[in-house]
Design a protein around this ligand. Structure first.
Ligand SMILES: C[S@@+](CC[C@H](N)C(=O)[O-])C[C@H]1O[C@@H](n2cnc3c(N)ncnc32)[C@H](O)[C@@H]1O
Length: 201
């Protein structure tokens, strides 16, 4: 019942039918409200970086949320366990590429098959409008992502991270580097996603 109400709420909101159709057809781990958040949050953000793509769900939502966006999607796509919940594998990359083609966004997505730390030197220090972090969920993994990539978010830009609500490791790193840093604000939550805007100087 609660799930049905949550879906109804999204359906009745702007772009609700589109978002629900995408949410239902794409493979991933987002709740329906989180899918809606990403689709809408992308609007107006042209340079988007995603850390952790899995099978392309969040990447497609971001790319379709802002039709002129270029999304850089970073994921090593090697076999690994994530908190025992999912087993990742190179097969994920094939499924992601299929999704990017099916939704006609492949030409706007630069997919880097590497960890976020390996990908960082390949980024030309271009300011990022929106940074979405959903990669290595260990405390050190999230810290590394934030230390390497968050400084590149332009003033007024948006950062969002998944699993803040589920994982203590994520929450601790995010609070240390984002919540407690006056550079960031306002901040907010959408289910397990935490987000923050970088203040203008
Ligand atoms: C929870 S999944 C991402 C789900 C995706 N954002 C979605 O919503 O559809 C986490 C992904 O992070 C990737 N990953 C793990 N460590 C990473 C790292 N250091 N840098 C980038 N991606 C990483 C994994 O391979 C996996 O595909």
């Amino acid at each position: 019942m609660r799930r049905a109400l949550r879906r109804l709420k999204v359906r009745l909101s702007p772009h609700g039918r589109t978002i629900l159709a995408l949410h239902d057809k794409l493979e991933g781990i987002l709740s329906v409200e989180e899918s809606a958040f990403l689709y809408r949050a992308a609007r107006g953000h042209k340079t988007i970086v995603e850390i952790g793509s899995y099978r392309g769900k969040s990447c497609v939502l971001l790319a379709l949320g802002e039709p002129s966006a270029r999304v850089t999607a970073i994921d090593p796509h090697y076999a690994q366990d994530d908190s025992g919940a999912i087993r990742y594998s190179p097969e994920d990359e094939r499924i992601m590429n299929d999704a990017l083609a099916r939704y006609s966004v492949a030409d706007r997505v630069n997919h880097i098959t590497a960890t976020s730390a390996q990908a960082r030197p390949r980024w030309q220090d271009t300011p990022i409008d929106m940074l979405w972090i959903d990669g290595d969920h260990s405390y050190q993994g999230v810290r590394t992502d934030l230390e390497l990539w968050a400084p590149l978010v332009r003033p007024g830009g948006l950062i969002a991270g998944h699993d803040y609500g589920h994982l203590e490791s994520v929450r601790r790193a995010w609070d240390e580097l984002i919540t407690n840093d006056p550079t960031w604000g306002p901040t907010g939550r959408v289910r397990s996603i935490a987000w923050a805007r970088k203040r203008q100087p």
